[in-house]
Design a binder for this molecule. Structure first.
Ligand code: AHM
Ligand code: MG
Length: 340
């Protein structure tokens, strides 16, 4: 019997094994990153299970609602935030946490501190929660280079200083996509094992795609280059076929599709929101990091997204990310406008 063709694969590369292998290339590595990541993975598994049970368990509802037992129910995004904050603090490997759900950063008490700072959106795509459409968790990781008391400056750093970034998508399957700066790798949760298994090694985004992804309802308020770009997607001048439009409205889902199929995702500035909608630290940076690691680009309309230096933890920025050539085109339109 051909064992290779066996229905059961036995060389299961779990995410923990994968990260351990990667970290073993650094002789100074002490396993701290692996411990941190396994706590993030735990948070993702918890949220995945809560999202899957949401309808059944009546987890969906307004924060402040009470269930049959008279206990206060938590909205999924509040619950997810609690889970991640607790997992990250108890990992003993973090010092500063920034979550979309919390107005202020969390400074971990000294007895539980470690060298990492984590920025995250525990459950992104909130408008899609109640209708069962894919949502996700996004995270980015910085290292503290000093042993002084942590400050907010430890997270107000450009995205190019992140040491790792990723997202977990709670969709038809639960998938965790991660980069530690050596390419992008995708792991799918095997619910029977409770483990993320490497299913998409070394993801590379196609150089050019045929999909654009944007909320066109905002078109009347866009600037010139964005308007021109989207017009070109629909009415190409070079004889190429028009691009297809796909927009879920969950950044994780839209970026995931862009990563696998190619194309471009845009959340541009508009007259009402001059800085766009998406948050620099825990939405723009992690996704820009992954795109670059996969061979794509991420641009703000002015510069490389990862070169932004945030001044506030919840700062926003316009973002154009995806296939290298597609982002190159929008960069050229912004450059042309600047030269006018
Ligand atoms: P949220 O953090 O409140 O969920 O908002 C972020 C989401 C992204 O997932 C998505 O790309 C974007 O908002 C969609 O915005 P819009 O509804 O304006 O198109
Ligand atoms: Mg969000």
């Amino acid at each position: 019997m051909d064992h290779e063709a066996d229905a059961y694969r036995t060389d299961l590369m779990t995410i923990t094994r994968f990260v351990l292998n990667e970290q073993s290339k650094y002789p100074e590595s002490r396993g701290d990153f692996t411990i941190l990541l396994s706590n993030i993975v735990l948070g993702c598994k918890f949220v995945c299970s809560a999202v899957n049970k949401a309808g059944l368990a009546k987890l969906i509802g307004l924060a402040g609602d009470t269930n049959i037992q008279g206990e206060e129910q938590k909205k999924l995004d509040v619950l997810s935030n609690d889970v991640f904050v607790k997992a990250l603090v108890s990992s003993g490997r973090t010092s500063v946490l920034v979550s979309e759900e919390d107005e202020e950063a969390t400074f971990v008490e000294s007895s539980k501190r470690g060298k990492y700072c984590v920025v995250f959106d525990p459950l992104d795509g909130s408008s899609n929660i109640d209708c069962g459409v894919s949502i996700g968790t996004i995270f980015g990781i910085y290292t503290m280079e000093h042993s002084d008391e942590p400050t907010i400056e430890d997270v107000l750093k450009p995205g190019n200083e992140m040491v790792a970034a990723g997202y977990c998508m709670y969709g038809s399957s639960c998938m965790l996509v991660l980069s530690t700066g050596t390419g992008v790798h995708g792991f799918t949760l095997d619910p029977s094992l409770g483990e993320f298994i490497l299913t998409h090694p070394d993801i590379k985004i196609p150089n050019k795609g045929n999909i654009y992804s944007v909320n066109e309802g905002n078109a009347q308020n866009w600037d010139g280059p964005t308007t021109k770009y989207v017009e070109r997607c629909k009415y190409p001048k070079d004889g190429s076929p028009a691009k297809s439009l796909r927009y879920v409205g969950s950044m994780v889902a839209d970026v995931h599709r862009t990563l696998l199929y190619g194309g471009i995702f845009l959340y541009p500035a508009d007259k009402k929101s001059p800085n766009g909608k998406l948050r620099v630290l825990y939405e723009v940076f992690p996704m820009a990091f992954l795109m670059e690691q996969a061979g794509g680009q991420a641009f703000t309309g002015k510069k490389r997204a990862l070169d932004l230096v945030p001044k506030k933890i919840h700062e926003r920025s316009p973002i154009f990310l995806g296939s290298y050539d597609d982002v190159e085109e929008i960069k050229a339109l912004y450059a042309a406008e600047e030269n006018n």
